[in-house]
Ligand binder design. Structure first.
Ligand code: 0RA
Length: 660
């Protein structure tokens, strides 16, 4: 990616540098392509589907560099009918002039860029681009891992072409194949056929969704750049264009569409110094979660890093300062915590720097210390300016953060209160709990049942030795917002905490103390039931995460249908059970009742279909699903009626499915 002295860009509006005039002489020569084929993982991360797609990103990154340097307005990625990929850009075109001297004497610059490792990535003297970790290793890597590659260049009024085969061997010399359609027309098209021998494990079929997501992000990060995707494969035909005049401001709006934003404006600032640049956009929504997305040289830093740290530090300090000066915080009040301020925040932080250090488990954490102070300093001044210029918005943010701080303190008090109560009452179990006789957690099950009447049926249906029942009144949870302090004040939730017995709060909960190794949520198969499940999962995820991590949380699966066979009622778990039933009973009258509530079954039926360990099916909840449930909360509980409606319609068909 180009790193810039902030000069206005020629075409794209993004920052640019003025490169010295490049020619073949400037390209640093390192080595041939053998190492790439020997250890592809070193260059593209893996030889699975992720690695396969890296080939596209590699070529596209080079085109994006052209765009950032101000020479390219459109990038088109085409998946061709035969499964190969072409990346076209209208940049300057890879230079084609021959080397006047040196080890590559007589070869075209194009050939060197495509056959010499790193040659495309680094240029002597004035840095043209900054390599970004796995990216920016150069298009030669793509050539090395392709069974065929064709480069077509429009430059100097002519059209050039060169073809390579079997991992980067020139099949032809560079050839002038005609005139460019106009003297001014320039550009590069790289078409490549990934080598099936290299990508043997998962094959060479590109996934449109993966490409689309990436291209959309590129379009967001490069204001005004037109990014086109075209799929020409049979049965997959598709064409999509991304172009955002607002850049990352549009990105933030896009991320907030499903939520209700706290105000319409999006704060936005950019800055540059020496050889680093930053651009930041942020907005709050009325929800409770934070989404801060960092990028370094266009690469997503999902583990965060110095740019995100600098931003968070400054954000906390600027907003506290503003809150004090505006009277939002009184002298006696404690400072707002970062987490209070970041509640409902959506932010994009994109930085460009010369030699990014990617660290962490997945090499997705930016380690350069210099960027932290840069982001911090700029955020301190520029965000403060923005707050002063936008007092209405600023006051909303403060109000929301103050509410978040109050909720945080209330949740802590509520937890303490529950703790004290549990401690005081000793082993005293809640009245509502019908406990099991066993005191061995490994064989004990707790059913959390929606509604008192279903609770009663479940008590009759249970195995009293091993199964405990705790009825929860869904309506109470249902009307309340997602705030955990409110959940903790709910007497039913308190009973739940006491019954489980491992404490509450993520710093305190101990799964070893849990009185049941199966906690089973039993709710109706309708939208309300789904809602209650989501609430409970969010609660377990936030307040008793070790229960989820230990695999102690389950979802019961009451049947969806019933039907009569003669005088006998039969229950059918789901659509596929219904189909199987019809195949086995072709003369059946084909009338099925959709079961809406647990209340429609008597205790024998509830036992055999849902609770009896010998005949039931349970879904075990894993951490990802619980985390997803937490996300779903913002859609379900948020105020955006449209997206909630869309969500429910989309998921109503299989409300039992956790995989929202
Ligand atoms: C080296 C030098 C110049 C441009 C490029 C490479 C270049 C590479 C790729 C890869 C895909 N698209 C590309 N477009 C350009 C600068 C050429 C000049 O000074 O005119």
């Amino acid at each position: 990616m180009a790193v810039t002295k902030a000069k206005p860009a020629k075409k794209t509006g993004s920052a640019k540098i003025t490169p010295a005039s490049y020619g073949a002489k400037d390209i640093q020569v390192l080595e041939g392509l053998d190492p790439v084929r020997k250890r592809p993982g070193m260059y593209i991360g893996s030889t699975g589907l992720t690695g396969l797609h890296h080939l596209i990103w590699e070529v596209v990154d080079n085109s994006v560099d052209e765009a950032m340097a101000g020479y390219c307005t459109t990038i088109t990625v085409t998946i061709n009918e035969d499964g190969s990929c072409s990346v076209h850009d209208d940049g300057r075109g890879i230079p084609v002039d021959p080397y006047p001297s040196g080890p590559h004497k007589g070869k075209s610059a194009l050939e060197v860029v495509l056959t010499v490792l790193h040659a495309g990535g680094k240029f002597g003297g004035e840095g043209y681009k900054v390599s970004g970790g796995l990216h920016g290793v150069g298009v030669s890597v793509v050539n090395a891992l392709s069974r065929r590659l064709i480069a077509e260049i429009d430059r100097d009024g002519a059209k050039y072409k060169q073809e390579f085969i079997d991992g980067g061997n020139p099949k032809t010399k560079i050839q002038k194949v005609g005139a460019a359609s106009s003297k001014a027309k320039t550009g590069t098209t790289i078409s490549f056929w990934p080598d099936p021998i290299i990508f043997a494990s998962e094959g060479v079929e590109f996934v449109a969704r993966t490409v689309l997501e990436r291209l959309q992000t590129i379009a967001f990060l490069n204001r005004n750049l037109e990014v086109i995707f075209e799929d020409k494969r049979k049965d997959k035909k598709d064409k999509v264009t991304y172009q955002y005049k607002g850049g990352i401001v549009d990105f933030v709006k896009h991320l907030n569409v499903a939520r209700e934003s706290l105000f319409n404006k999006v704060a936005h600032y950019e800055a540059s110094e020496a050889d680093q640049t930053l651009e930041i956009a942020l907005q709050w929504n009325t929800g409770y979660y934070e989404g801060i997305f960092g990028y370094a040289n266009g690469i997503s830093t999902v583990e965060g890093g110095m740019h995100v740290e600098g931003f968070k530090t400054a954000l906390t300090s600027v907003l506290n300062k503003y809150a004090r000066s505006s009277g939002g915080l009184k002298e006696k009040d404690e400072n707002l915590l970062g987490e209070d301020i970041r509640e409902g925040l959506t932010a994009i932080i994109t930085v460009k720097l010369r030699e990014p250090q990617f660290e962490g488990q997945t090499k997705a954490k930016l380690g350069n210390v210099s960027i932290r102070s840069f982001v911090q300093k700029e955020t301190n001044t520029k965000l403060e300016e923005w707050l002063l210029e936008n007092p209405t918005e600023a006051n909303r943010i403060i109000k929301k953060a103050v509410a978040a701080a109050q909720a945080r303190i209330a949740a802590k008090n509520a937890r303490n209160a529950v703790r004290r109560k549990t401690a005081l009452s000793g082993a005293g179990m809640p009245d509502k709990l019908k406990d099991c006789q066993s005191s061995n957690p490994a064989e004990s099950e707790l059913f959390i049942v929606e509604g008192d009447s279903a609770g009663g049926t479940a008590v009759d249906a249970r195995d009293p030795q091993k199964q405990a029942i705790l009825p929860i009144r869904g309506k109470i949870l249902n009307v309340e917002r997602a705030r955990l302090d409110k959940m903790l004040k709910n007497t039913e939730v308190q009973a739940l905490i006491t019954a489980i017995g491992g404490g509450v709060g993520n710093d305190e909960f101990v799964a070893d103390k849990a009185r049941y190794h199966k906690v089973i949520i039993l709710a109706d198969a309708d939208v309300d039931g789904s809602h209650i499940r989501t609430l409970l999962l969010t609660f377990f995820y936030r307040q008793m995460r070790p229960m989820v991590e230990s695999g102690f949380i389950y979802i019961a699966q009451p049947p969806l249908f019933s039907t009569e066979v003669g005088k006998e009622k039969t229950y059918l778990k789901d659509e596929s059970a219904k189909e199987k039933f019809l195949t086995a009973n072709p003369n059946h009258k084909k009338e099925f009742q959709r079961l809406k509530g647990l209340g429609e079954m008597d205790w024998q039926e509830l036992r055999s279909t849902t609770m009896d360990a010998g005949t039931r099916t349970l879904l075990q909840v894993n951490v990802e699903e619980a985390a997803e449930a937490e996300n779903v909360m913002s859609v379900l509980m948020g105020d955006d009626v449209e997206s909630r409606k869309a969500f429910i319609q989309k998921n109503a068909r299989d409300v039992r499915n956790l995989d929202f």
